[in-house]
Design a protein around this ligand. Sequence first.
Ligand SMILES: O=C(O)c1cc(=O)[nH]c(=O)n1[C@@H]1O[C@H](COP(=O)(O)O)[C@@H](O)[C@H]1O
Length: 295
Amino acid sequence: MTHTVPTFGGRLAAQFAAGRHLCAGIDPHAALLDEWGVDNDAAGAERMGRDVVAAAAGVAACVKPQIALFERFGSAGFAALERVFADAREAGLLVVADVKRGDIGSTFAAYADAWLTPGAPLEADAMTVVAYQGFDSLAGAFRHVTDHGKGMFVLAATSNPEAREVQRAIREDGRTVAAAMVADAEDWNAVHAASHDTDPAAHEVGSIGVVLGATLALDDFGIATGERPAGPALPVLAPGFGHQGARIEDAHRIFGGIGQALLANESRSILRGGSTGLSIRIKERAAAIQAALAA
Ligand SMILES: O=C(O)c1cc(=O)[nH]c(=O)n1[C@@H]1O[C@H](COP(=O)(O)O)[C@@H](O)[C@H]1O
């Protein structure tokens, strides 16, 4: 089967080829909104989101709105989010909806429809997902990936210290939970690259990625950082830089061979300080990330 819609992996590859690896977080925490001089409400969150989009356009690869920080304002928060998404699309930025959804297959499919259906009010390019109900519980999103050029980032090894007890646990098959998420995503990409004969970029970078915290020693989670198996590079969404303490200069040491398609997320480190200087902060962080990854 061949497809004409560009894949999410292909669109990521284009961002990387242009030197863009920054994922600019949109996390309208109450304290940050206060620093921005806007109210802690949906309009304040929208202001922050749209300012980040304007400053990140042409500089970052994507924006990642953290949905809970909009959801706390109910329907007004979702309306704000729709406008932020629309701005981002118009600016040519990929949108990763940080929704961290997961469920049994039938209801996960409804989450995938909500966030990944073309033309849906909250259509994003990719969403963060939780696969603790099993990797195949994500199947409801696969058709959006193959047919609509969408993507997913599966939580594998997250940046928070308390995640270790679950994510380092050994499964019946002898792999850690985290390493199995990585392998399942890589396998899926390898199998499905073959169906995208018309999109050579789909062979470069996969459309299902994982979340790997930059704050971690990946070896501890059973995740190999040496050479990867043949197949498309695995997109890695890496939070933990900036506010959580990881340094982009250490990216090669942290990720090694698994960091071929790295999106470095920073949220509070670029949002802190208000809208004044936002554009400069985003440009500086994007340049530092590009330099560190090119080194
Ligand atoms: O999936 C995520 O985005 C995520 C996974 C993870 O392991 N750690 C993590 O911090 N995140 C998110 O990444 C962002 C990090 O924000 P800062 O610490 O302010 O840069 C937040 O929106 C988190 O919810």
